[in-house]
Design a protein. Structure first.
Length: 386
């Protein structure tokens, strides 16, 4: 048995495998192999054990715990109920004495519920009629069903907020509009107190700029004024004709409406109110435009914390951020009847332009005055020389 070459692993002979292979001689072709390469040729390399095959997940049963490899889906969210609870209005309708205030509360409540592009209150007033039940198609059927649901919701809201006498007045009305007309014929404009309540609902409004923008306040005022006008237009009994006529004429007067709107502003805006009242011939639309223009500017110049404000002397906490109004006003533009927003008189481009034009026109006029005698003198000189 020959000795192993340097760097070669010794091997013991196996009787089954036969005699052990000889190490290559120095002159053989394999004499340049290292011991490690020879060992790799003699001993086959084993591949690492493969990972266990992936088994598909099975649905777990209540009696067997889920497998750690099983992925469970979250349960679907519960379906939201489309049923609406009937709103509660206090006090309930008793009769003539509180009808004006009660119907205003009903209007404000039902106006907060949408019906297509309008509100359920339009169903009550009859502006939205019962859709044609004979119309065919899925969209037509959906409209009929939606109108029926909203109509029933309006009737239930009215009935459940009435005392027994008012419920009897509604009777077996099938639509909210029929119920509204029955109550209107029974209670609207029947007493001096209800007529006075219509005007009080307008007078008692006060603008609090800590909670509202001026646009929201004007919208609320318009709703109450329109309600007073529509109620008075429903008819007044004979013994109240004189007082009723005064209120009817008042509700139709555009100037009176603007005056009452200005009266709803707190004392902080007195100077603004006085400036508006000094301008004659303003319509109600002109007054609202002035308020929407100048009130936010005054608010921005007096922004403080909520503790510094009060109802009588409020400080704005809510203004529209979309308006690119920096509060600056140009007296020059305002004097010409323009809005004059976002700049002062010293920054007014219009004033500078008109000033340049006026200066240029004056210079041209002066030049024309000086040129005429010069030409005449030249002509006279030429004539004399000739």
């Amino acid at each position: 048995m020959s000795r192993p070459a340097p760097g070669e692993f010794p091997r013991s002979p196996s009787p089954e495998a036969g005699p052990a292979p000889r190490s290559p001689s120095p002159g053989s072709p394999d004499s340049n192999l290292t011991a490690q390469q020879i060992f790799e040729q003699l001993v086959p390399r084993q591949d690492p054990s493969p990972s266990p095959p992936h088994t598909p997940t099975r649905p777990t049963s209540p009696d067997r715990p889920p497998s750690p490899h099983t992925t469970t889906q979250p349960p679907p969210p519960p379906k939201m109920s489309k049923e609406r609870s009937i709103p509660k209005i206090e006090p309930k309708l008793v009769g003539q004495n509180n009808y004006a205030q009660w119907i205003l509360s009903i209007e404000q409540t039902l106006s907060s519920y949408e019906h297509e592009e309008e509100t359920i209150w339009e169903i009550v007033t009859g502006e939205i009629k019962d859709p044609d039940s004979e119309a065919k198609g899925k969209s037509a059927d959906a409209k009929v069903k939606q109108w029926g649901r909203d109509n029933n919701f309006a009737i239930l809201t009215m009935k459940r907020n009435c005392e027994s006498e008012a419920v009897d007045v509604i009777g077996l009305a099938r639509t909210a509009n029929e119920a509204y007309l029955e109550l209107q014929a029974k209670y609207e404009g029947k007493t001096i107190s209800t007529l006075g309540a219509l005007l009080i609902n307008v007078i008692k409004i006060s603008y609090d700029d800590r909670t509202q923008t001026i646009e929201e306040h004007i919208s609320d005022f318009d709703k109450k004024w329109s309600f007073m006008r529509s109620t008075l237009g429903g008819g007044i009994q004979d013994d109240l004709k004189e007082f009723g006529k005064i209120l009817v004429d008042l509700s139709k007067n555009d100037q009176a409406k603007g005056t009452f709107l200005l009266a709803t502003l707190p004392a902080y805006y007195n100077s603004l109110v006085e400036n508006i009242q000094l301008k004659s011939g303003l319509t109600y639309g002109d007054i609202t435009t002035h308020l929407k223009t100048y009130v936010p500017g005054r608010q921005k110049g007096r922004r403080k914390t909520a503790e510094d404000g009060s109802k009588e002397n409020p400080v704005v906490l809510k203004t529209k951020e979309t308006k690119p109004d920096n509060g600056k006003r140009c007296d020059y533009c305002i004097g010409k009847g323009w809005k004059g927003l976002n700049h002062t008189e010293s920054e007014c481009f219009t004033k500078k332009t008109e000033k340049k034009k006026a200066k240029k026109a004056k210079e041209e006029e002066e030049n024309s005055d000086t040129e005429e005698p010069t030409i005449k003198m030249i002509r006279i000189g030429k004539t004399a020389a000739a």
